[in-house]
Design a protein around this ligand. Structure first.
Ligand code: HEM
Length: 446
């Protein structure tokens, strides 16, 4: 079966190019080969990128029995666990997904906003005038705290700190996750396996401790954090989640939701500071009490800088995709970044122009930062609410200057696109209105 044409370089060369300049590399291939092309990567092998909305819709919403997404995430199961929604496929995936979705929707989601505001105001309240800050690092601290509170339901500062040390030690070993499994099995000192497994043991002890504490909590029925809702949830057969399932999903939500959101925020601040007209309009709209433009800024950030450049589906049977007969076993990448940069869908695609989300109605399957269908990101609502609330808190409290004259180049870290220098800013001043406000949401933080 002929595959769509694509770059002919070796997997090593393609991987190196993609890692150093992911966006430029992908867009370069798209210019040369069109909206469907084949490429080879180290570890992942041969795959086909697709940047046709109709074909992506078919992949996301069509019959899923021959499409696997969990399989490609299998290397993550050592850390996320075998019961993680990210590594499962078929009915087992659906069971976990149905249990996980409700805590991120409707009233449960809107209930998280005041807490996010309080955490964001407290963080920005600590920024000193004249200091230089790396936004991606500050936002990591912030989004970790939001996950602790919203998902784990942990509010006590010392418990959050213990979790931060233990869990981030695991998150920071990401470079090991895609090593051959055999190297990670061992526990001997000074080996990758020993290093990773000791960190995992420490993190798991704390996670199981939190699950145990919550099970016993007298106010479990009144609590609205995700862990408490999951402890009360039952599947279609009336079964509750086991401790192992709960542990695996807590780790998954942390891994999937913490760095992605902080990176999205770092990109947003970097783009705003390098586009003063957009920044001024956003400030005006926020001062006037209108959130439409704020939401458009979040959408446009995730369009022009999607944190995940593509999702992945492995074909378990031959399938026609965008007019190509593709063989069983091949990986197909619905190309989020590629669709987001199509000139015919987003005129002047390289321009940061949030207005486009207000003036022009979005066509279906053209805005895909959270993937789609039965694998669509469970935390999409939380991530967007968090980005909006944090931007509001930052802009109303401080004036920032970018340290670098140009927006940060985009590079690959693990599987995410990130700003190469982390989006560095200098705090120019505090905004007068902020000084009059309550000190950093203190009432809700303790
Ligand atoms: C800006 C922030 C975020 C981005 C860009 C993002 C992006 C994505 C993408 C592209 C997928 C794969 C979808 C697919 O394969 O079609 C995904 C899946 C997922 N995300 Fe997110 N995500 C973000 C934040 C979060 C948050 C805050 C959470 C939870 C606290 C979360 C939890 C998950 C989970 C559990 C899945 C797996 C869903 C499944 O397989 O059914 N994500 N995310």
């Amino acid at each position: 079966m002929a595959l769509p044409p694509g770059p002919t370089a070796s997997g090593l060369v393609n991987t190196a190019r993609f890692s150093l300049r992911p966006l430029e590399t992908l867009l370069g291939w798209q210019r040369r080969y069109g909206n469907v092309f084949t490429t080879k990567f180290l570890v992942f092998g041969t795959g086909v990128y697709v940047a046709e909305p109709a074909a992506i819709k078919a992949l996301f919403t069509g019959d899923q029995s021959d499409l696997h997404a969990g399989e490609a995430n299998a290397p993550l199961s050592g850390v996320l666990g075998e019961r993680s929604v990210l590594v499962l496929d078929g009915p087992e995936h659906l069971r976990q997904r149905k249990l996980l979705l409700p805590p991120f929707q409707g009233a449960a989601l809107s209930g998280m906003r005041p807490m996010i505001q309080a955490v964001a105001e407290a963080e920005v309240g600590r920024w000193e005038v004249g200091s230089e800050l790396v936004m991606r690092e500050r936002m990591r601290v912030l989004t970790f705290e939001v996950i602790c509170r919203a998902v784990f339901g942990v509010y006590e500062p010392e418990r959050i700190e213990r979790l931060r040390i233990a869990l981030l030690a695991v998150v920071d070993t990401q470079s090991l996750f895609f090593m051959p499994e055999v190297l990670l099995r061992g526990r001997a000192r000074y080996t990758p396996g020993g290093w990773l497994n000791r960190r995992l043991d420490a993190a798991d002890r704390l996670l199981y401790e939190e699950i145990g504490r919550r099970r016993e909590a007298e106010d479990l029925d009144q609590r609205d954090d995700v862990l408490s809702l999951l402890l009360r949830a039952r599947d279609e057969q009336g079964r509750p989640m086991t401790d192992v399932e709960l542990r695996d999903e807590l780790m998954t939500m942390l891994m999937a939701g913490h760095e992605t959101t902080s990176t999205g925020l770092a990109f947003a601040i970097d783009l705003l500071l390098h586009n003063p007209t957009v920044l001024d309009r956003l400030r005006d709209e926020l001062d006037g009490g209108d959130d439409e433009y704020l939401d458009a800024v979040v959408s446009e950030t995730l369009r022009i800088r999607p944190v995940i450049d593509a999702t992945e589906r492995t074909l378990k049977a031959p399938r026609t995709v965008a007019g190509w007969e593709l063989p069983e076993g091949i990986r197909v990448y619905p190309g989020i970044a590629l669709v987001h940069h199509r000139e015919d869908l987003y005129p002047e695609p390289g321009r940061f122009r949030p207005e486009r989300f207000i003036e022009e109605g979005a066509q279906s399957y053209t805005w895909l930062p959270f993937g789609g269908g039965i694998r669509r990101c469970i935390g999409a609502g939380l991530a967007q609410a968090e980005m909006a609330e944090v931007l509001r808190a930052v802009l109303s409290a401080v004036e920032l200057d970018p340290v670098r004259p140009e927006p940060d180049p985009v590079v690959l870290r693990g599987i995410t696109l990130v700003p190469r220098h982390g989006a560095r800013v200098r705090v120019r001043s505090r905004r007068p209105a902020a000084e009059l406000r309550e000190p950093a949401g203190a009432a809700q933080l303790n």
